[in-house]
Design a protein around this ligand. Sequence first.
Ligand code: CU
Length: 527
Amino acid sequence: MANIRLRRDIWSVAKQDENAARTQEWDPVLRGYAHGVELMMRLGGRANRNTTPKPSLDVRSWEWMANTHLTPKGQKHMQPLWASCAHHDRFFLVWHRAYLAWFETTIQTLIDDREWALPYWDYSDPARPETLELPWEFRVEQRTVDGKLVDNPLYVDSGDRPGHPSAEDVDIVEAMSERFFVREFPVRGFGGVDGQWKLAGYLEAKPHDAVHDRLGGIMGDVSLSARDPIFWLHHANLDRLWEVWRQLDGSVDVLDQGGISQQLASEWGNARFAFGGGSTIAVYSVDDMMDTTTDPLNYEYEVITLPPDIASTVMDNRAKARRDAITSGDTTLPPHLAWIAQSSRGLIGEETMVPEDTTPPRQHWDPVASTPGQMTVGDQGAAHPLRFDERQMASFNRAATAANALIAVDGPARPAGIIIALMGVRALTGVRAPVACHSHYIVGVGARDGSPIRDAGTFSTFGLNGTRTDEERNYTIDATALIPELYDDGWDGGELVVQVRPETPSENPETAPKGLSIGQITVFLRR
Ligand SMILES: [Cu+2]
């Protein structure tokens, strides 16, 4: 049996300050990493934007590694297994797990150390705000090896890595509060959605996309991001957060989840991920990826518990979602158990002992309004009034009134939820700015034309900058929490103004990113 290696928290092994990182010998974990990265770079590729397309490139080189994720626009000499990453996709977590395993094995071979394991960058502990900044080992231009100052292969020029995430960007409460790996569109699961639409799961949207975008530069450009040595520690952390989620009470991973589509079940059972080229190809099955402590993975994480404050908020959110499902009749529990749950709630309170559902609650979301065609979002943002379709509303009202017989109403029924879906989002082309679109956008809603716009949520556009111009993303924003405020604003429940704007408009309109085009905006109401 192979040894189980420990993937360490970078903060357990990193130096405390700049001077120490430059003048003292590093921890063996980081020494091994720097050595491995250096050897890979010697075989081809650097941590910058320059691409040196070579027809004969070593499979173990830095460039081959990075191109396997995605290749820069206009890349020549493509290889069959390049550009194979899965984004905004339910395979996001499992594909990247295999990718990291292949990377880790490559480093082990190059540095001839079978015990070496990739460290992870944990940035999501509110009690350690300093962890939002990169460790010094990734920021000093030179380091000390055997008493001599040498170039640091983990260093990236600040122009290629201009920023760092905020506490909000790395907030994992929303992701960890979701119990199910996949949900049905327009609702998202922890890891993605089931069905035909492509949509990021909660974890991929945040912290994954948000951290990429906030570091900016190479990391903010999906086609170059794997050239930055911090990429691998960011992804090791996301892989760890999947393990953190899996061990939380009530989490249902995809294979244990009831009600998933036949297509997903067979995709999940049959998927294989291949890396490398020529005579050195590594193949991983999804099955191989479901237990990190067995072959071929053989690793564990130093910490897979949530910080205490986050853990209590997450468990409260999960309990509340469960009570809501029971009281609204959305539960998939067998009727007698649902009845016990419902009738004992008042007597026993919140700690009712009822088995956890392994199937997501049944929810009915009606599309009630869509934009007629494509809209563009420039530097100043754009707003669209959406009148709800009368026939859709008639059926929504009938169903909603039947479900809540006690609150019959004349006008539109009060929705139990609102989701705004932005479908077919692309970056506009023809740019003078370094990027085609802003990295962060805010979605706001208003009761009617002229009403105040209330912010419903944000999305990061990681994946749209640096890729093909026909690359598309879909985003959903849950505006349910704003329903009371919309009524305060005099909402008639028959229309909604949807606004999309960059979080930070450019200071200089001349060099502003051109922005986004949105194929369609759809408003969903929950009965
Ligand atoms: Cu990534």
